[in-house]
Ligand binder design. Structure first.
Ligand SMILES: [Zn+2]
Length: 845
């Protein structure tokens, strides 16, 4: 809402009017704890630098208000762009000839147009975004045959997404000019222009760069016209870090990436001198799979620049390079976005300690960086490249993945219009899988000799055979077929099918290959199988379990782990999603609250976890987050109505965590989150029986019969029965001689459970009818007489520790027992008649 309103203000009134609406603060404060910087602070304000225990940061009005509540002793600093003494502007094209001025917006536009006009076969100008201000984000493509897509790597340089970091802006213009004007004469330039499709976007935040008006960069600022940091606005690899709508600049750069197949690129910044490589969201504890390649090409950039100025790029560390999160963590940056979502190697180039470099220094900085800028582009020509086509030489949309290497989306894809791929990588030998839907995958071993060598590997894939995939879906409990189940092959274009009255489904003409098949129907747990479909392996049956959602109607089962005290989640009966109750987070009006509710389950078959959630929080600051095994799967903030979420879960032990996490004191709405009606994938539980006597001593050797399994208790009286499926009233029987057999039943839900079984010795069990039988004499010497009005069928005698010492079959109304050999003492006698059982204590003298 706020963004729409601001756009309206900007378009309805003059640009100057918006100055007062979106202030930009620049400040510094002390914070030595990297953990606080990399979590709380980086999400709240736009950190610009972290140096010697000091954090330098920007904030808009809202962010600054939030920051002030943290209570830091901060110092407001003048806007960096206001401290630059010499800002000479070129108001004519001719004044740019010495490259010691900044162009006005109009001169900038004219320069780009002239590049295209003067070099029509090498240069093509496009606009990727028209902003409300009327300014545009321009893209220059420089390549031979510039209007034709060729088998060449696509490389991209973008600059000044922080509008006041302008050194790269001039680099970009001068680089384009250098390449175009030297193409005819310099072989190194020819090599780049002939073999690379180079894209240059000199100013991707023109509203920030020309915030002081189109005739000067003097009033430039970091944020865009809406007061937002574009380089914190992208969806990064931590899914859900940012949500649409995106700023217009961000959206344009996302669309631009989707329309191309960039394999390498750089984003120019200022305020420090360092080359920063992925990840920004993680420290080097979680390295990019091509970490060694990044370190090499970034070091090459620094080494080449230091040939001109040995002291260059030392402001962050002596190497001149840093893994992003090792400097400070950034969420929502373009670097990680291009890397993770578009398989591009993107780095951040911080090229001058002064953000708005004095125009008198522009030539010096270009001279330091010129070779490095070219070398970076040249690096896109090395590694492994080639084409993936079919037998008719048609290019294929294929993935190129390196086994035991690629992770976090580091695999590359072909450009389907050409079929070409380009994989920059460190020297080594790699097994590469080439895969395309409808074709048989191939694995090739490819060697890369050095960082400056290129291995060409062209691949022709053969069409995969097709087969019909079928199966039957039945109810796991009753075994009856289930009609109306939706069967989906995930991540494919095969249409969903539904089971018929016999529970059968058919998916026609599926190419051989590996797929995940998912089955879902309301009321059942969604299940899935990852299968390898071939013409002879094409029948996949499923059994589905009723979903039995956890709606917390009878409280919270003991297997949940809840935060303590005022951070605990609690059962409430206000507006649940279903039933009478739901769970509500703690943390109301608690600073930096982290209210956690979690459970660990042993998932027996792959499927989905589904749950409903609702949030009422301070938008953008206080979140409900859902994690599986510590990996954030979703986050919600602001006013979010009940909505169902669904995530795939694999077989094995998994921890499901819901956390309501807040920043500092401000809260909005009800300041909490709710969850309800959780359906877990089919899990198997471990049920532990603890068998004791009535004095609470463990009983060893008892037989526990449960879930079609027999287990004997150990010395601690424990029998553990695992892989128990859910079910109501599952019966158990515990038996050992000397004790009455104990029977009962357990309701097995998704929780592991312990069952305490107390065994009563046979002697103390209730005598149902004392007149059933009589014994005399008692105490006795050697002989006892037993008599009954009913037929006595059996007599058993136990000693005091429960051991059977006599077990005799009888078939009479009375009889005499001789007990000469047993020692004197107390015994128990159990008399079975055709009308019941009598237990009695007897004493031998
Ligand atoms: Zn920056």
């Amino acid at each position: 809402m706020k963004k729409i309103l601001l756009l309206f203000i900007i378009s309805a009134f003059s640009l100057n009017f918006s100055f007062a609406q979106t202030n930009e603060y620049y400040f510094k404060f002390k914070e030595n704890d990297k953990k606080i910087i990399n979590t709380t602070l980086t999400k709240l304000i736009s950190i610009d630098n972290v140096k010697d225990g000091l954090v330098y940061a920007y904030a808009n009005d809202k962010e600054f208000k939030e920051f002030q509540k943290l209570g830091y002793d901060y110092e407001l600093l003048p806007a960096p762009s206001s401290t630059t003494k010499v800002i000479n502007m070129a108001t004519t094209l001719g004044q740019m000839s010495n490259w010691d001025r900044y162009p006005t917006y109009e001169v900038y536009r004219q320069m780009l147009k002239n590049f295209e006009t003067n070099y029509p076969s090498l240069c093509k100008l496009d606009s990727i975004c028209s902003l409300a201000s009327g300014r545009k984000i321009y893209s220059l493509k420089i390549s031979d045959n510039v209007n034709t897509a060729e088998n060449e790597p696509e490389f991209v340089y973008v600059s000044s997404m922080h509008g006041d970091e302008t050194t790269g802006f001039i680099f970009m213009l001068r680089l384009a000019d250098y390449l175009l004007s030297n193409y005819a004469s310099v072989s190194r330039v020819q090599n780049i222009v002939n073999n690379v499709e180079l894209y240059i976007l000199p100013a991707i935040n023109p509203d920030g760069t020309y915030y002081g008006g189109n005739n000067t960069v003097a009033g430039s600022r970091r944020y865009n016209a809406n007061g937002e940091d574009i380089n914190r606005d992208f969806p990064d690899m931590v899914i859900g870090a940012n949500n649409p709508p995106y700023e217009p600049e961000t959206q344009a750069l996302m669309d631009f990436a989707a329309a191309h197949h960039f394999i390498f690129g750089g984003s120019f910044h200022g305020g420090a001198e360092v080359v920063n490589f992925p990840w920004d969201v993680y420290t080097s504890v979680h390295p990019h799979p091509d970490d060694n390649w990044f370190r090499q090409v970034c070091t090459d950039y620094v080494t080449s620049a230091r040939l001109v100025n040995p002291n260059y790029m030392t402001s962050v560390n002596s190497s001149g390079i840093t893994e992003g999160g090792d400097w400070y963590v950034v969420n929502g940056g373009i670097q990680d976005y291009y890397n993770y979502w578009h398989h591009c190697r993107m780095v951040t180039l911080e090229v001058s300690n002064i953000k708005l470099l004095g125009s008198e220094n522009l030539v010096t900085y270009w001279n330091i960086n010129q070779n490095s800028l070219l070398g970076f582009i040249e690096a896109s020509l090395y590694g492994i490249s080639g084409t993936v086509k079919n037998i008719n030489s048609n290019p294929l949309d294929a993935t190129v993945t390196i086994a035991s290497h690629d992770a976090d989306n580091s695999w590359v894809i072909t450009d389907p219009s050409i079929g070409d791929y380009h994989r920059v990588i460190a020297p080594g030998t790699y097994d590469i899988t080439y895969a395309s839907v409808g074709y048989i995958s191939q694995i090739h071993t490819v060697n890369v000799a050095s960082y400056a060598s290129t291995t060409i590997k062209d691949v022709v894939l053969l069409v995969a055979p097709q087969t019909n995939v079928t199966g039957t879906i039945t109810d796991a409990t009753s075994g009856t077929p289930i009609q109306g189940v939706t069967v989906t092959i995930l991540s494919s274009s095969y249409p969903n099918v539904t089971t018929n009255a016999s529970g059968q489904y058919v998916i026609n003409s599926v190419y051989e290959g590996s797929y995940t098949i998912q089955v879902s129907k309301a009321g059942y747990i969604t299940a899935s199988q990852t299968v390898n479909v071939t013409t002879t392996n094409n029948v996949f049956n499923f059994s589905m379990t009723l979903s039995d959602p956890e709606g917390f109607e009878t409280g919270v089962p003991a297997c949940w782990v809840n935060s303590a005290d005022n951070l605990a989640w609690s059962q409430v009966n206000t507006s649940p999603h279903g039933g009478t109750y739901c769970m509500k987070s703690g943390g109301f009006n608690v600073n930096n609250a982290n209210s956690i509710f979690q459970i660990t389950l042993n998932i027996a078959s792959a499927g989905n976890i589904n749950f409903w959630n609702k949030v009422s929080s301070e938008s953008g600051f206080d979140f409900l987050k859902f994690y599986i095994d510590g990996v954030e799967k979703g986050s919600w903030s602001g006013t979010v109505a009940w909505a169902e979420q669904s995530y795939l879960v694999t077989v094995g032990n998994h921890t499901f965590k819901w956390a309501y996490t807040k920043n500092n004191s401000v809260y909005n709405g009800s300041d909490c989150a709710w969850i309800d009606d959780i359906v877990f994938p089919t899990s198997s539980q471990t049920i532990t029986f603890i068998v004791k006597d009535q004095s609470n001593n463990p009983i060893q050797g008892a037989n526990v019969n449960f879930n079609s399994t027999n287990q004997t208790t150990n010395a601690s009286g424990v029998a553990v029965i695992s892989s128990v499926s859910r079910g109501l009233d599952k019966p158990y029987t515990v038996s050992i001689s000397g004790y009455n057999t104990n029977t009962g039943s357990v309701n097995v839900n998704y929780c592991d459970a312990s069952i305490n079984v107390s065994m009563a010795p046979v002697n103390i069990s209730e005598i149902s009818n004392k007149s059933l039988a009589s014994i005399y004499p008692n105490p006795f010497n050697h002989l006892i007489n037993i008599k009954s009005d009913n037929i006595i069928t059996r007599v058993i005698i136990y000693n005091l520790v429960g051991s059977e010492i006599l077990n005799k079959s009888i078939n009479n109304y009375q009889f005499q027992l001789t007990l000469e050999t047993i020692p004197s003492g107390v015994y128990f006698i159990q008399i079975h008649t055709n009308k019941g059982i009598v237990n009695k204590k007897i004493v031998k003298e």
